[in-house]
Ligand binder design. Structure first.
Ligand code: FMN
Length: 243
């Protein structure tokens, strides 16, 4: 196994060397597409869809055209809370801890949540940081979703999205305990939170788009984070779908 003095070095070796590809030219070889291609299959029973979660899951899809419709602060709060909100205290074996809407390896919560907004009732357009403890927003700067289009590799689908959620990771919160494996956990957790936002968006009659294609240092600069100890991981745009 590769040995390094500090887990962060190995994490950054990968993180800083995984920019978006310049072209998507290679088709996936057929052999990579189906696992156990020659093994007989066993048919499963049909899946009942008449339950709230199955219904949400079946309605989630990527929306790439949003329209300018006001979003209420309550809706913004629900979306933020779905990702990383605290939903009460839990007691396990005499130990009390915060219950959150997404799991976190070791309860270490390495992610931070930023949100760039426009057309949210009563809030100035710009970039905010969400603090789950206290359920509060803090003003960061004037960057609106429009300012993220170039860093998002010119993906202008988000032009009229009300909110662009930006999940960032403070790697050492996980790496202190888990070493280099903690890097995986930080990424897994971003996936958990992103899916929660997508499903809450469906529940609220909104559309969402997950965005992994972006120029890291441009987004980190907009957020005012160093891109090494604290770096952007994933973005999710939410708004009213243009029909
Ligand atoms: C990790 C990840 C990164 C993605 N990045 C982008 C992106 O940068 N731009 C985009 O338009 N869609 C992006 N998508 C959305 C996918 O293209 C989309 O989920 C996929 O085509 C399946 O369609 P569906 O979401 O409608 O089911 C991303 C999805 C995931 C899971």
């Amino acid at each position: 196994m590769y040995k390094v003095n500090e887990p962060l070095e190995l994490t950054l070796l990968y993180h800083l060397n995984s920019p978006p590809p310049e072209a998507y030219a290679q088709p996936v070889p057929a052999g990579e597409m189906r696992y156990l291609a020659d093994t007989p299959v066993l048919e499963l029973p049909p899946v009942p869809r008449d339950n709230p979660l199955a219904s949400l899951l079946s309605k989630r899809l990527s929306v790439r055209a949003f329209q300018n419709v006001q979003m209420s602060q309550t809706v913004l709060a629900q979306l933020l809370d779905s990702a990383c909100g605290i939903n009460g205290l839990r007691q396990v074996q005499g130990y009390t801890y915060e219950g959150r809407n997404a799991p976190s390896a070791g309860g270490l919560y390495p992610l931070e949540m930023f949100v760039s907004i426009q057309e949210v009732t009563g809030l100035a357009a710009g970039l905010y940081h969400y603090e789950p403890r206290g359920h509060t927003l803090q003003w960061v700067n004037e960057s609106t979703p429009h300012d993220f289009i170039t860093p998002l590799l010119d993906q202008d689908f988000i032009t009229h999205a009300n909110a662009l959620f930006i999940l960032t990771g403070v790697f050492m919160r996980s790496l202190y305990k888990y070493g280099t494996r903690g890097y995986r956990f930080v990424l897994f957790e971003a996936g958990h939170q992103a899916e929660n936002i997508c499903l809450m968006a469906v529940e609220l009659g909104l559309g969402s788009l997950c965005l992994g294609g972006f120029h890291d240092s441009s987004i980190n600069r907009l957020l005012g984070i160093d891109g090494q100890r604290h770096a952007t991981l994933y973005c999710i745009a939410v708004g009213s779908e243009k029909v």
